[in-house]
Design a protein around this ligand. Structure first.
Ligand SMILES: [Zn+2]
Length: 250
């Protein structure tokens, strides 16, 4: 990952996307916002108890850095619904992934341990952002997002590049009840007794959706291991949410 520092904000970019001139993307860390207390930093979520005026200012800073005309938020519910963002859509709609070809619309996924997964088709000029926590992974949110890109815009899966953002690593993704919660197909990515490598699980799912393995990157930053840069729900339930933002520049 390339770490960018700009206007007091600190965010990571995937080198695999750096040759696409029309693309903005960033996995924002918690650095550089005005929130305080357990939300200390750049919390973008309104629904977790932070002051609305702090969140509004944090969102303004992120939009300014991204350079679009809007941040597109979803009402994320750990499901498998994919939203096609068009002009005039009244957000936030209830969904866990969003796809668009609309310049200036900056697709935003909020996380604290879950994955935000960026998908980019540099040929058809289409972007997507998916929220993949373990429930979303079980539900197949990533393959459904790829399918939406194919159906709505004629994308070829082998053209699509993917970036898996900072999230709970195999060091911290402990699932004591994994036999009840996770399908057997995930067991090959079990680490030790009951930890799981969800970066590898997402990579597998994207490959099965038709992406090429060499076009998939994971940040490999664990959100729970670095509370200086990241919010972690496992570390502390009352906390903020980081923004992962991707969009087509105007
Ligand atoms: Zn960790």
């Amino acid at each position: 990952m390339n770490r960018i520092e700009s206007q007091g904000l600190v965010y990571d970019q995937f080198p695999i996307f750096s040759d696409i001139p029309w693309l903005f993307h960033g996995c924002f860390t918690r650095k550089g916002g005005v929130s305080t207390g357990p939300y200390q930093g750049l919390n973008l979520a309104l629904s977790n108890g932070d002051l609305p005026e702090s969140v509004k200012e944090n969102r303004r800073r992120v939009l300014q850095e991204a350079g679009g005309h809007e941040l597109v938020f979803l009402s994320q519910v750990h499901g498998d619904r994919v939203h096609l963002h068009k002009e005039g859509t009244l957000e936030p709609v209830t969904a866990d992934a969003v796809v668009t070809n609309r310049p200036g619309s900056m697709l935003t996924i909020l996380t604290a341990d879950c994955q935000a997964v960026f998908l980019v088709d540099p040929v058809k000029k289409v972007v997507a952002n998916a929220h993949a926590g373990w429930r979303g992974s079980v539900a197949g949110i990533l393959s459904k997002t790829v399918a939406t890109m194919v159906d709505a815009f004629g994308c070829e899966p082998e053209d699509i590049l993917a970036g898996i953002g900072p999230s709970l690593g195999p060091c911290c993704a402990e699932f004591v009840h994994y036999k009840k919660e996770l399908p057997k197909s995930f067991y090959s990515h079990r680490v030790g007794i009951n930890h799981f490598d969800f970066w590898a699980i997402s990579r597998d799912q994207l490959c099965r959706a038709g992406l090429c393995a060499h076009k998939i990157r994971a940040s490999l930053h664990c959100t729970r291991c670095d509370s200086d840069h990241y919010y972690s729900y496992r570390e502390r339930h009352t906390t903020g949410r980081m923004a992962s933002v991707i969009g087509i520049r105007r």
